[in-house]
Design a protein around this ligand. Structure first.
Ligand code: IPM
Ligand code: MG
Length: 361
């Protein structure tokens, strides 16, 4: 098969972790007879430096022409980087929000799995993690508070800021359907997370999710308030299969879920639209504090590449080969510093990529 992949290395640790994912993809290509054509795309700070803007229309068009996009991370240190002297709509993060919107990437899948091997890195007590956990956070990605109207104005001498949270029933319905479809392939449970005791948008969310649920009689649906969900994630993460939620709640809960798996450096993600196209990125940020040191964990990016093969190219066997190679590297005791524990072998970014590539096929 011929794979056309757009690559956004981005900022901070982005270029380092993407290089390792490409190494692994190339090995998959060699092993299973696929040719891979990469197109480098600029976004975030890297694009600001060259084009003066975090995302150009040309980059969007190139991304659209690819089968999928693999991304590292974008953004820098908000205190020291000149990017943050720009107005908010010109900063690195605006590029990410824009590409999600332009490509209609409304469904964000963030799997959080506790690997047996990484139990030591999990901050929760053993009695809580006994038996492991495996959940999928389905985050709505192109609506809600992050895309609502916003402004900061002075009213009667008082600075006042407005952000608006809007959802229409169609936006809710399409993400809910995706959530139930995924649940059908998993343990058939959906926890829909909202704040229906306060917000109108959440009450509509709940109503539409219930309508969608009627079409999936095999799936058990429960509703959970977001504050309670934040608590349940550390109290009893095993109870979750698919967590279905709106944009901001999903942003927050997915960082929390990643930490209970041991490290945000392990969490892959896929952002999908109505077609096979997707943007695949680690859930973690650009970590400017460790950029260039060769110590970042490339596993989340490598696992994102596996999700890309599965969802955008229907290459299930190849995706599984990557996942098995990651598990083998962990089973053999190799760890980057973020997941290091006593008695294990500490390796850098490149060495971890080499090991995983070696274990393919
Ligand atoms: C994420 C990030 C982004 C988001 C930021 C960088 C805009 O935190 O992908 O979770 O909030 O969506
Ligand atoms: Mg986030």
């Amino acid at each position: 098969m011929d794979l056309k992949i757009g690559v956004i290395k981005g900022d901070g640790i982005g270029p380092e972790i993407v290089a390792e994912a490409m190494k692994v993809l190339n090995k998959v290509g060699d092993t299973y007879g696929h040719t891979i054509e990469y197109t480098q795309l600029l976004m975030g700070g890297a694009s600001i430096d060259v084009n003066g803007t975090p995302l150009t229309d040309e980059t969007v068009a190139l991304a659209r022409a690819s089968g999928a996009v693999l991304m590292g991370s974008i953004g820098g240190d908000a205190k020291t980087s000149p990017w943050y002297k720009l107005e908010p709509s010109k900063r690195p993060e605006a590029g990410l929000l824009k590409i999600r919107k332009e490509l209609g990437l409304f469904a964000n899948l963030r799997p959080a799995v506790l690997y047996d091997e990484l139990r030591g890195a999990c901050p929760l007590k053993e009695e809580i993690t006994e038996g492991g956990f495996d959940m999928m956070i389905m985050r709505e990605l192109t609506g809600g508070l992050y895309f609502g109207e916003r402004r900061t104005v002075e009213e009667n001498g008082v600075m006042t800021a407005y952000d608006s949270l809007t959802y229409n029933e169609n936006e809710i319905r399409r993400i809910a359907k995706r959530g139930f479809d995924i649940a059908m392939k998993r343990r058939k449970k959906v926890t829909s997370v909202d704040k229906a005791n306060v917000l109108d948008s959440s009450r509509l969310w709940r109503k539409v999710v219930e309508e969608v649920a009627a079409g999936y009689p095999e799936v058990a649906l429960e509703h959970m308030l977001v504050d309670n969900c934040a608590m349940q994630l550390v109290k009893d993460p095993k109870q979750f299969d698919v967590i279905l939620t709106e944009n901001m709640f999903g942003d927050i809960l997915s960082d929390e879920a990643s930490m209970v798996t041991g490290s945000i450096g392990m969490l892959a993600s896929a952002s999908l639209n109505e077609t096979k196209f997707g943007l695949y990125e680690p859930s973690g940020g650009s970590a400017p504090d460790i950029a260039g040191k060769g110590i970042a964990n490339p596993i989340a990016t490598i696992l994102s590449a596996a999700m890309m093969l599965r969802f955008s190219f229907d290459l299930d066997r190849e995706a599984q080969a990557i996942e098995a190679a990651v598990e083998r590297a962990l089973a053999e005791g190799y760890r980057t510093i973020d997941i290091m524990s006593e008695g294990k072998k500490q390796v850098g970014t490149e060495e971890m990529g080499d090991l995983i590539a070696r274990y393919i096929g």
